[in-house]
Design a protein around this ligand. Sequence first.
Ligand code: SER
Length: 600
Amino acid sequence: MTAKDLRDKYINFFKDKNHVEIPNSPLVPENDPTTLFTSSGMQPLIPYLMGEKHPAGTRLVDSQNSFRAVDIDEVGDNRHTTFFRMLGNWSLGDYFKKEEIPWLWEFLTETLGLPKEKLFITVFDGFKKIERDEESYKIWADLLTKEGFVPEQKIFFAGVDKNWWSRSGTPDKMPVGEIGGPDTEVYIRFDDIEHTDECEGDSPVYCECGKFLEIANSVFMQYKKVTEEDFDPLPNKNVDFGGGLERLLAAVELKSDIFETSLFHPTIKTIEKETSKTYGENKKEMQIITDHLGASVFIILAGVRPSNKEQGYILRRLLRRAFDNFYTLSGKDITSIVDSVFEQYKETDEYLVSKYEEIRNVILEEERNYKGTLQRAKAFISKKYPETGDEIMGEKKTISSEDAFILYSTHGLSPTQIKSLGFDFDEQAFAKKMEEHQNLSRAGAQQKFRGGLADTSEKTVMGHTATHLLHKALRDMFGEDLHQTGSNITTERLRFDFNFDRKLEDDEIKKLEDTINEKIRENLPVHFEILPLEEAKKLGAIGLFDEKYGNDVKVYFVGDYSKEFCGGPHVDFTSKLKRFKIIKQENIGHGQRRIYAVVG
Ligand code: SER
């Protein structure tokens, strides 16, 4: 069974249970300023888990490409990757535990044929006012008893650290407004791995030795954090199931190391060939190269280019880490590895094929830049430490931790790379500087998170409605060829891109503002309808047509002024926007103009 077969089996299994397949969302989210990447299947569905109506209905299934930057340092074992495909089935207030759990078991054991005796279950043990999940336990216990197992030997309870899921982790880490819920997980046991002496604890599945691999997670997404202490129930009891395609494939192939599955193995083989080293003796390096190049391919595909900022910085870090590990193994030409990574993904992600040249060039150009950086770093050190002479590889030279940190922060070299250049430095002093640096960036990230929770903070919702008004006002002024080409909304401002090849005059800006403020004063009601695509088009609804939700689409109406395809959410009456003001415009190239505006 290939990764593609597995994915198709999953999607078809849930389609047979009346789920509608929805498309993969972009890896770099458009309208979510709180996060750099889509890191789970639930992220693009947050508004719907919070109660918005989804145009495709209440039962959905998908495969979502996901990237977790927090796992970069975890890669280098048998199971962690930063990039993965998350298979997901969703109940938006439709079915719940008594359907989800038996379906999951049926899919794993009958459709995939996983050995029942190797599967183990975990269930939520309760936390403060949120009760222990006896209901899931009972469903699993009945099911496993029928299969001839003793429930106590198969099902384990665990607390919020393990069996609670939200984007930010345990309940105490969740910001007010965030959603989450208890979950039940399935693990597979690999008999070729032995527990180590450190593997203790209440349940045998949670240790770090890799003997057990989590392959499936059904989150019962039903709570919203409302104060530092309390949770309210969401309008619906939802199911958010997530299973990593790569891990499920490892379970099917009974490979305790996902890098040895049919998906990753050909790339590992290519690395072995290019470096004349064996995987067995160089696992960590080869795992990092394989994962990081794969993740980079998808991040580049999403339009990101290596830089020193945000997504671009993460991409640069991934690529340079992959290069470092490749050079450590004395690999010379990385091109064939990049080609192999494309081969690895092209069956499941066919659209990669047409972007092959472009993506490969970005990677190779970054490699050239990196080599330049290494040269400059060497020059920097030769200048500061003339006694090192031209030849700095070879004998170890000691440099100050300040200079090592400059090599890291300015030249982008990792501590390992600095050492491999032949430099020693005080590692503790370096680690201290690194911690200060990380605390600063973490503070920045938290600031970002507080900036508004995904799509649902009040200011962001106002921004969504304002973009509909702006879109319509622009088209009324400049004709129907004008259309939105992008947008990004934060609690501070909204940004709106459209095809227009000149500057807007002051009087045009004023006219736009006046029109929109007039619509705000009219206090128009905002509502949505779910309509067949053709009917929506006939009605003259505008918007980006590339979202395919089966045949039905969701159209938001602002009075009878604007009709636009949109997932929502929106304010209920335009007066909630109070006031609209354009604060800046700019030319973003290729005949595109960008407007920044504020509301409230
Ligand atoms: N949201 C859960 C996860 O990402 C299940 O989809 O693991």
